[in-house]
Design a protein around this ligand. Structure first.
Ligand SMILES: Nc1nc2c(ncn2[C@@H]2O[C@H](COP(=O)(O)OP(=O)(O)O)[C@@H](O)[C@H]2O)c(=O)[nH]1
Ligand SMILES: [Mg+2]
Length: 243
C-alpha cells in the first residue's frame, strides 16, 4: 500500500496468482468490461501469440468515497514455470491475492504447485500466506471433468480463505471474487492503518461504490455471501503475525 497524505490518495496492489492458463488474464478482461463509467484505465496486457501472459497484465481502477481516492492496481503473474523471477517481482508489496485455480481434475497438481510457489514467493518478499488477504477462485466451471461442487465445498470448509466458483470467460463469479478480495484487503488495511479514523473514510460506502461501478447493484453483503466456503474474517495484525 502507498499512501499520499497530501493528495489523500491510497494505492493498493492486488495480484491474481495461479498456474499457467487458469484464467487470470480472462478475469482482468472481464473486470475491465464490467466497469461502468470511467473508473477503469487501460488494461495493459502483454501477450505472446499462444495467448499466454509474457510478463504481467495490469488493470488500473480508481474509486473514491469522497474522503479518499483509492487507486487499485490489479496485476496478474505469468504462470509458466520459467517465469519464476517475474512472479517474485509481481507479488512484491502485494496487499491482497486472488488465487485462480483451474477446476479440472487434471489440473489439481498444477494448482497445488502454484500455491506452494505463491507461498515461497511471499516468503522471499518477507510476507506470509497467513497474513496475506487471500481468496481462492475455482475457474472454468463450464468444462467437463471438473472437481465437483461438493468436493470444492469440502475443500473450502477445511480452509480459512473464501472460495468462489467462476466461469471467467462468461464473467460469472468474476466480480464476486474481486469484491471478496477487495473486502478482505480493505479490512486488513483498515486494521493496520485505521483509515476510517484518519481520513473519515467510509469502507462500507466505498465497497458499495466499487460494486456499483462494476455493474453489481446488490447489497455488498449479498455479494460477499456468494463465496462457497471459508470466511471473510480478518485476522488482527497480532493474530496474523503470530506463528
Ligand atoms: N472454458 C473456459 N475457458 C476459460 C475460462 N477462463 C479462461 N479460459 C480460457 O483459458 C485460456 C487461458 O486463459 P488466460 O486468462 O489467458 O489464462 P492465464 O494464463 O491464467 O492468464 C484462454 O483460452 C481462456 O479463454 C473459463 O471459465 N472457461
Ligand atoms: Mg495471463
Amino acid at each position: 500500500m502507498q499512501l499520499d497524505f497530501m493528495a489523500k490518495e491510497l494505492t493498493v496492489k492486488l495480484v491474481y496468482y495461479g498456474p499457467a492458463l487458469s484464467g487470470k488474464t480472462t478475469n482482468l478482461q472481464a473486470l475491465h468490461q464490467a466497469v461502468k463509467g470511467d473508473a477503469a484505465g487501460r488494461l495493459m496486457t502483454l501477450e505472446t501469440k499462444d495467448d499466454r501472459t509474457l510478463f504481467f497484465d495490469l488493470l488500473p481502477l480508481t474509486f473514491t468515497d469522497g474522503a479518499l481516492k483509492v487507486r487499485l492496481k490489479v496485476f496478474t503473474v505469468p504462470g509458466q514455470v520459467i517465469h519464476a523471477s517475474t512472479r517474485r517481482l509481481v507479488v512484491q508489496g502485494a496487499d491482497g491475492v486472488a488465487f485462480i485455480a483451474d477446476s479440472r481434475t487434471s489440473e489439481t497438481q498444477h494448482n497445488a504447485e502454484s500455491f506452494m510457489d505463491l507461498k515461497e514467493n511471499l516468503k522471499s518478499n518477507g510476507l506470509t500466506l497467513k497474513s496475506m488477504p487471500l481468496i481462492i477462485q475455482f475457474n472454468k466451471r463450464d468444462l467437463p471433468d471438473v472437481r465437483s461442487d461438493e468436493e470444492i465445498a469440502k475443500l473450502a470448509s477445511q480452509g480459512r480463505e473464501p472460495v468462489y466458483l467462476a466461469v471467467a470467460t462468461q464473467g460469472d463469479g468474476v466480480v464476486e471474487s474481486f469484491i471478496g478480495l477487495l473486502y478482505l484487503t480493505w479490512s486488513a488495511l483498515e486494521a493496520e492503518h485505521q483509515l476510517s479514523k484518519k481520513f473519515g473514510f467510509d469502507g462500507g460506502a466505498f465497497m458499495a461504490e466499487v460494486a456499483r461501478q462494476l455493474g453489481d447493484t446488490r447489497p455488498v453483503d449479498d455479494i460477499l455471501a456468494c463465496c462457497v466456503g471459508g470466511a471473510l474474517d480478518v485476522l488482527s495484525p497480532e493474530e496474523a503475525n503470530a506463528e
